[in-house]
Design a protein around this ligand. Structure first.
Ligand code: ADP
Ligand code: MG
Length: 292
């Protein structure tokens, strides 16, 4: 049994009251959350997913309009290995031939997406899964010929997302897009999350990843940057501080806050209830990007 000594109960009451101004501030606001494939593939897979789902449902129940965008790189790699398919890389980027984009679509839309949808819907009938192909949400074009079906976003048509939000559903989006001919493309989920946040006029864009936030020295856990601006991030990209999978997150945070999104966050998806900690407490957590 939980021990309700006067001390612990007043602390609980305090925590709830602390949430009040944030609940009021974010009521009716759209918040785009990108859940990283690496955070998803964490050691206690199922628990992490269940905790994430609780946070998303809580956001929805206090009146926010959450949108979930997810990746699945590690899950795609695992399936490729299982199918005995080797991956070719050009300049560090995965060459995506017709078979590979088929595998990516199968894993994202057939495996990762319904896992997230099901975890949320344990709590009620909220989540609707889709990919960027649905209702032309994500239009894409090939990044370059050698990479095959790796797509860049050409257009976001957010109507389906907005209608679902207006009807109080939670859209959960797998980042496969299509071009005018119906050809499918695998698109970086970080980039898509930013583009959707911009298109729906989101208040916040949140990245959940497998590190505590942006570091000013990748090798030093004590170098967490708590708050930064889009302009300062230009410098950190130019000097190589930001590398690898962090680049599309940071670029999307910059683009988002420069086009009307109030705040962008990079948070550690491995921390239990990290979304609630960021949204509902005075302290905040991880890295926050502000326009200037
Ligand atoms: P996700 O699945 O969330 O997209 P990624 O592996 O693509 O995860 O991106 C997160 C990774 O970016 C971190 O685990 C870290 O290794 C790397 N990274 C590169 N530069 C930085 C930096 N300056 N601060 C923090 N992480 C960084
Ligand atoms: Mg990544």
């Amino acid at each position: 049994m939980t021990d309700f000594t006067p001390d612990t109960s007043s602390l609980r009451a305090e925590t709830l009251v602390e949430a009040l101004p944030y609940i009021r501030r974010f009521a009716g606001k759209t918040i785009v959350v990108k859940y990283g494939g690496n955070a998803l593939a964490g050691t206690s897979d199922h628990d992490a997913l269940a905790l994430f789902a609780e946070d998303i449902v809580m956001m929805r129940l206090v009146g926010m309009r959450p949108v979930v965008v997810h990746g699945g790189g590690p899950q795609i790699s695992e399936m490729m290995t299982r199918l005995g398919k080797t991956t070719e890389f050009v300049d560090g980027l995965r060459v995506t031939d017709a078979e590979t984009v088929g595998i990516a679509r199968m894993v994202l839309k057939g495996q990762v997406n319904p896992q997230l949808v099901a975890a949320i819907n344990v709590h009620g009938n909220y989540a609707v899964g889709m990919s960027g192909v649905d209702a032309g949400l994500i239009r894409a074009t090939a990044r370059n010929e050698r990479l095959g079906f790796v797509g860049d976003v050409t257009e976001i048509n957010p109507a389906v997302v907005e209608r679902l939000l207006d009807d109080e559903f939670i859209p959960v989006i797998a980042t496969i897009g299509s071009d005018d001919t119906g050809q499918a493309f695998n698109i970086n989920a970080d980039t898509v999350a930013g583009a959707i946040a911009e298109a729906v006029g989101a208040e916040k864009l949140i990245y959940l990843t497998d590190i505590e936030g942006l570091r000013s020295d990748v090798g030093d856990a004590a170098s967490l940057i708590r708050q930064t601006t889009a302009d300062h991030l230009d410098e950190l990209i130019a000097d190589g501080t930001i590398a690898g999978g962090m680049i599309p997150k940071v670029a999307s945070c910059q683009q988002a806050v420069r086009s009307g999104v109030q705040r962008a966050h990079i948070l550690d998806g491995r921390i239990a209830h990290v979304l609630l900690l960021e949204l509902f407490t005075d302290d905040g957590i991880g890295t926050m990007v502000v326009p200037s």
